[in-house]
Design a protein around this ligand. Structure first.
Ligand code: PLP
Length: 383
């Protein structure tokens, strides 16, 4: 593959994580709940990892519960929120693991959704209104959006919630490993997945308030009884190694140059959320013409991986709630590409993606001459 630009979906394990996975698989494969010396050593090792992660997050290790990833952790938070009587507020651009968890566990009468500006940032004025008018017990807001890369005012909302005695949950899946952890300690709940930052798939964590007795997953006494299931020590160790290896910031301005050149070379292209603070690795664009799947398959043949950001353009699934919340029409949603680079992507990587996009544009324009909107009915052979 010449260019991997789907890093918000997943990232490959970084060498540090892979080595740690192998090392721990050979040395600490015993069950940390056992009572014999090797198991006790495995448990001590596990607790050491919890301390390291707690140190990075700036919170007590006792607040950390290891999980199978952010989906499980987000579901657990929503199931916990369902136990109260007060209103639960979520933003309109949360990941489906939050929205579906909320819909599954929380009575509709208790759920409030707060929209975003056309730039994709939580509408803080509206949130304040809801907090003033209703008896709110919980607020859930992601740190940065997985589709648009737009950074949310989560630190501000965490502070406001704390002032009002409202519990605050931050889905930090797209933030961790890209930006600083400052501020997580004041969130009541934080959730994340290791494979978004160079760790293994199928592992992640949940930060809970100290003293919580809510059980995220019933089973054995693991994780102080908060989440049953044998801990995957190699995966947890690899996650912590990936976090330590993650770059301090995603810095590079390759994305900005790419977007500037793209707007010049591809008239009619629209950048979503570009006026707002965004993760430096992410660009969400509305192409001027032709369905996004046509671009995506042709880019794939040239060795470039990108995403449509939603399944709706393939004629399956629901339209992206993020794009809808940002005011995209249904037709525009079929022309969206989400581009998200790995840490360390160079200006040349972004330039080669731009070249490939322009090649695809020429090919599609030649093929679709007379029908440049690409609106005719498409079949898979036609792609
Ligand atoms: N939250 C956000 C913001 C995400 O981007 C994702 C994955 O795309 C998740 C939660 C779910 O992560 P996982 O599939 O690893 O459980």
């Amino acid at each position: 593959m010449r260019g991997y630009f789907d890093a918000n979906a997943t990232t490959p394990m970084v060498p540090e994580a892979r080595e740690e996975w192998l090392r721990v698989s050979s040395h600490h494969w015993h069950n940390p709940s056992g009572l014999y010396p090797e198991a006790v050593a495995a448990r001590e090792f596990l607790e050491g990892l919890r301390e390291e992660l707690g140190g990075w997050l700036g919170c007590s290790p006792r607040r950390i519960v290891f999980t199978s990833g952010a989906t499980e952790a987000n579901h657990a938070v929503m199931a916990h929120a369902a136990l109260g009587k007060e209103k639960v507020v979520i933003s309109a651009v949360e990941h489906p693991s939050v929205t579906a968890g909320a819909a599954r566990f929380i009575d509709r009468q208790r759920l409030r959704e707060v929209g975003v500006t056309p730039g994709g940032v939580l509408d803080l004025v509206r949130l304040e209104e809801v907090l003033d008018r209703e008896k709110v017990g919980w607020v859930s807001l992601m740190a940065a959006n997985n589709e648009s890369g737009v950074v949310q005012p989560w630190r501000e909302v965490a502070d406001r919630c704390r002032e009002r005695g409202v519990r605050f949950h931050c889905d930090a899946s797209q933030w961790i490993g890209k930006r600083s952890a400052e501020g997580f300690a004041v969130c009541d709940f934080v959730t994340a997945s290791a494979h978004k930052f160079g760790g293994p798939t199928g592992t992640g964590f949940l930060v809970v308030p100290e003293g919580t007795s809510f059980c995220a997953q019933a089973g054995g006494p693991q994780e102080r009884g908060l989440r049953g299931g044998t801990e995957s020590l190699p995966a947890i160790a690899a996650m912590v190694a990936a976090l330590k290896a993650a770059p301090a910031g995603d810095g590079g301005n390759g994305r900005n140059h790419f977007e500037k050149d793209l707007v010049e070379c591809l008239p009619g292209v629209r950048l979503l959320g570009a006026e707002e603070a965004r993760l430096d690795n992410t660009s969400m664009i509305v192409l001027p013409r032709h369905k996004n799947l046509r671009w995506l398959t042709r880019l794939g043949k040239r060795g470039f991986a990108v995403s449509t950001g939603s399944a709706c353009s393939a004629g399956q699934g629901d339209p992206s709630r993020v794009m809808q919340a940002m005011g995209c029409s249904f037709e525009e949603m079929g022309r969206v590409l989400r581009i998200s680079a790995l840490p360390g992507a160079t200006a040349e990587d972004w330039e080669s993606l731009l070249d490939a996009l322009l090649e695809v544009r020429d090919e599609l324009d030649r093929r679709g001459a007379g029908n440049p909107s690409g609106i005719r009915k498409i079949s898979l052979e036609n792609l």
